[in-house]
Structures are given as structure tokens and as C-alpha cells.
Design a protein around this ligand. Structure first.
Ligand code: ATP
Ligand code: MG
Length: 180
């Protein structure tokens, strides 16, 4: 499984619809400071289910929408789609290609799609939980994350290992079952 394509529109500095194609292998994104490199990884984390505006370097969710620039007014919708090659059926869906879309309006409304079928945020979380691609995953290591892991308290570090080992899913299910 690998990331084939990302389509970004109205997300942070990407006012115009921008399509980035990836090959299977290593891709390096280079550009001057402030040109939007980190915004690409944030768009990926967001579409995969990130819910914390703070971890997307914003104060609140509307901050992810293009806020306007010199000569260009702010937009009201942000939309990101990632397309994953799933020909190895790594993700538990019977498709060789999986697209995931998230749309957010300034009014606060959200839409989520898997392969263009409307779904819930939970369905996206469930699809990626355990795959190593989910929102808390370590497939995306942001600036400062390595230090954060080294400096974390033992119990927090345990959580990191549990997630990496795929135990978290079962813990969450157990907790849910206990609440019922
Ligand atoms: P560096 O090399 O310093 O890490 P970078 O290429 O990672 O830079 P980003 O942090 O991705 O750059 O992009 C920051 C830019 O995105 C800033 O110019 C900021 O103004 C812009 N930006 C962030 N949020 C929004 C938004 N909601 N609307 C418009 N522009 C935004
Ligand atoms: Mg950056």
C-alpha cells in the first residue's frame, strides 16, 4: 500500500486545487521556508482523521481553511482527498485503490467519504487504526516528535509502543464494551 495522490483545495496555503502525484518509493518535497511543505503533511494527517486543531498548528478547526492573502480573499471550504494504492490489500477493504475525502466548511459542517461514498469520521478512523497510518500514527514524524518520544513519561511511552504494536484498537473496543 502506498500514497498515490493527494488533492488539496482551500486547505491552508493551498487556495487553488493542487494535485500531487507520488510514486512508490521515496519522495522529497523541497521549497523555501513558508512555501507549504508542512501544510502537505498536515493535509494528509487531517484527511486521515486528525481532530486536534492545535496539532495542525491552528487555534480552531476553521484555521485550516485558506484565510486569504494579498489580493485574494479567504475561502469558505477546505477539501482534501488522498488516494492510496491498496493492490496488496493492506487496508481491509476489497478495493485496489482507496480514496478518502474530507471537506470542512467555515460554518462548521463536515463531510467524509471513502471511495466517494459518504461515511462518518469514525469509519475513517476504523479503516486506518492499526494500519500505522492513523492520526496518532508514527508514519508521520513531525518536527519535535522524536524529542517528545524520548522525553515522555514511562506511561506515555508505553502508549506509544502499544499503538505501534496495534494494541490500542483492542483497548478502545474494551473500553467501549465496558461503557455499554
Ligand atoms: P518551513 O521550511 O519553514 O518548515 P514549510 O514549507 O513547511 O516551511 P508551511 O509551514 O507548510 O511551510 O507553510 C506555512 C505557510 O502557510 C505560511 O505562509 C502561512 O501563512 C500559510 N498558512 C497557514 N495556514 C494558512 C491559512 N489558513 N490560510 C492561508 N495561508 C496559511
Ligand atoms: Mg515545515
Amino acid at each position: 500500500m502506498y500514497l498515490k495522490r493527494i488533492e488539496i483545495a482551500g486547505f491552508k496555503s493551498f487556495a487553488d486545487r493542487t494535485v500531487i502525484e507520488f510514486e512508490n518509493g521515496v519522495t522529497a518535497v523541497v521549497g523555501p521556508n513558508g512555501s507549504g511543505k508542512s501544510n502537505i503533511t498536515e493535509a494528509i494527517r487531517w484527511v486521515l482523521g486528525e481532530q486536534s486543531a492545535k496539532s495542525l498548528r491552528g487555534g480552531k478547526m476553521p484555521d485550516i481553511i485558506f484565510a486569504g492573502s494579498e489580493g485574494r480573499k479567504a475561502l469558505n471550504i477546505a477539501e482534501v482527498t488522498v488516494v492510496l494504492d491498496n493492490s496488496d490489500h493492506f487496508l481491509p477493504l476489497d478495493f485496489t485503490e482507496i480514496s478518502v475525502t474530507r471537506r470542512y466548511r467555515r460554518s462548521g459542517e463536515s463531510d467524509f467519504y471513502i471511495n466517494k461514498q459518504a461515511c462518518r469520521l469514525k469509519d475513517i478512523h476504523d479503516l486506518f487504526m492499526d494500519s500505522g497510518l492513523g492520526k496518532e500514527s508514527f508514519s508521520i514524524i513531525s518536527q519535535g516528535k522524536v524529542e517528545a518520544i524520548f522525553n515522555s513519561k514511562p506511561e506515555d511511552r508505553r502508549g506509544i509502543f502499544e499503538e505501534a504494536a496495534g494494541v490500542l484498537k483492542y483497548k478502545q473496543r474494551k473500553k467501549k464494551a465496558e461503557q455499554k
